[in-house]
Design a protein around this ligand. Sequence first.
Ligand code: FAD
Length: 452
Amino acid sequence: MTTAISLFTRDLRVHDNPVLHHAARAANVVPLFVLDEAVLSGAFGSPNRVSFLLDSLADLNRSLESRGGRLVIRRGDPVAEVCQLVSETGAEEVHVARDVSGYAQKREDRLRLELSARHCVLHVHEAVITTQPPGAVVPSGNDHFAVFTPYFRRWCEQQTRAVLPAPDVLRVPEVQGRPLPGRRALCDGEVSPRVLRGGESEGRERMREWSAATVCEYVHAHDDLAADATSRLSPYLHFGCVSSTELVVNAGPSEGEQAFVRQLAWRDFHHQVLAARPASSERDYRTRHDQWREDPGALHAWQRGSTGYPIVDAGMRQLQAEGWMHNRARLITASFLTKTLYLDWRLGAAHFLDLLVDGDIANNNLNWQWVAGTGTDTRPNRVLNPVRQAGRYDPGGDYVRFHVPELADLPTEQLLDPDRLQPTERRRRGYPAPIVDLAEARERFMSARGRG
Ligand SMILES: Cc1cc2nc3c(=O)[nH]c(=O)nc-3n(C[C@H](O)[C@H](O)[C@H](O)COP(=O)(O)OP(=O)(O)OC[C@H]3O[C@@H](n4cnc5c(N)ncnc54)[C@H](O)[C@@H]3O)c2cc1C
């Protein structure tokens, strides 16, 4: 009788999960999740993500129970816990998903070493977290693509693996696990008031609704801030509650569906950059020799959503309230921090990671680098003007009205352009004056980048 351990990481689902699917072929399977102290005590243990994680684990346990199994929870170092479980159960195989961060790559190396000493085989499954595995789509003579458009061309030509069914029945041997702890046992701080509920069941429901109704509008409306017409699947993708492969395989040929698939390819793109260059989580991917300014007051105003630029403040307040921000607002707020205020992208990335329920190193830090011009953007010195962006992507002002209620009853042109708002009126409403002059800021940035 063979026993296999199915080690869940960022693949918290039973449908289309190669890790669980292959482990479940053994006579006995131990579905295991380790609450990793190193991850939870660092930047990743933020209240929004921990809350989403706990929802997802509870949901996964229910799904496993309905198949005769259950989720074994342990806490500590995942490698030590897996080894311990191997000795307790005599497991001959461990299955896990390939992941891309430096931390995940080291975890995989450590697992391989420790398990081989115990004559236990490690099976690392590709295309669990992304649709195309990092390293599968590469240009000749390099280990990754540094520009999205040629990457996407090749990505589209690639075969996608078949979608796997959820296992029908699981046989789990008698092993000790811990009960799922409450959130406060894992992290301090408050959860954002409107954060999404985690779990595969929620994710699949959202995926079904999205595919049935909204995706058709996507091509026209994905940048319209007030329309809120994106899928909001990002946290479910981050924790693997839904499978990007399933989304890609099930997408039809319509413009909306194909535009959506292109965004999923962006996700794969950033993952393959991080897999090849793990240090780009912290270091400039392409240095522009920036001497970033230090200005704690401006940083704080940006974080609080009180820069005096309503579109920027709306985005930052959406982040606080929902643990999520619309992609267009992420672009505007990130450009404002790195180019208009000329503050280090790492400060912005860290603040986003504190709050984003979908926050991950590949998508967050490499998108921050993309916006800052130190990453893979082929136009690294473009600066987004927040007044023009507001006019274009929130022309009716409804996104600002919703997130900056003290300005809600103003005429639209005053909402979009703070120069049109009288100082007395601004003061009466307790709304700040702009913390920076856009023309001067642009000049400062261009001359810092040697283009002044
Ligand atoms: C500064 C900045 C930081 C970001 N941080 C994160 C992050 O931590 N986690 C994260 O998942 N996304 C991040 N993004 C990318 C993007 O903003 C979000 O994926 C998107 O807003 C999530 O909403 P959605 O699921 O409704 O997206 P949709 O528009 O419905 O897109 C579908 C999926 O495609 C993927 N996707 C879309 N756009 C991108 C992109 N530019 N890069 C990578 N994947 C993308 C996401 O998985 C998303 O769920 C960031 C973007 C910027 C500019």
